[in-house]
Design a protein around this ligand. Structure first.
Ligand SMILES: [Fe+2]
Length: 178
């Protein structure tokens, strides 16, 4: 998998002392998957559900598709974010998806004109996380939380619990860079 593309279906034949790997083509789950998918989709090991997401190279949105254990798409939508951005990983809990909206902006035209890397971190913008029930039918069901500016390539884990005051909270661990 690579975040700029649909996943690839590969076939691996084991030979005596080696493996022969062939690309079969894009994996679309029978046409159900229509967006690029990050190399960090998630499997919920309790339910067998497979969560995919990808960020757009063209505009300010993320795409999300959830498959059940029988490879059937049971939810999917586009989530509006602040601008075209690189989102490398996304955490889940038992009941929620967590969509990072972090200010590592994707601007190939600017990079062509001014040189430099195609992704630029803008520390003046906040970092946000959008939390949505995994089966929510409306993208308006995303609740956004703003945090001090940071970027995370890889998250470690996330879960739901109650805090000392008895409120429902989500705990999220990631490797945050300023
Ligand atoms: Fe990665």
């Amino acid at each position: 998998m690579v975040e700029s593309s649909l996943p690839y279906h590969i076939k691996i034949d084991q030979k005596e002392n080696s493996f022969d790997i062939k690309s079969i083509g894009h994996e679309t789950f029978g046409g159900q998957l229509t967006h690029n998918v990050s190399a960090h989709p998630k499997v919920n090991h309790k339910t067998g559900e497979f969560y995919t997401f990808g960020y757009s190279m063209e505009g300010a949105w993320l795409s999300y598709t959830l498959f059940n254990k029988d490879r059937k798409a049971i939810n999917g939508c586009n989530i509006d974010i602040t601008s075209a951005r690189m989102i490398h990983d996304f955490p889940i809990t038992d009941n929620y998806c967590i969509f990072p909206d972090l200010p590592l902006e994707f601007d190939p035209k600017k990079a062509m004109k001014e040189g430099g890397f195609v992704f630029k971190f803008d520390a003046k913008q906040p970092s946000r996380y959008g939390i949505m029930k995994k089966l929510a039918q409306q993208k308006s069901a995303v609740q956004w939380f703003e945090m001090p500016t940071h970027f995370v390539f890889h998250y470690v884990n996330a879960w739901e619990e109650k805090n000392a005051e008895g409120q429902d909270i989500i705990v999220l661990y990631g490797c945050a860079q300023e």
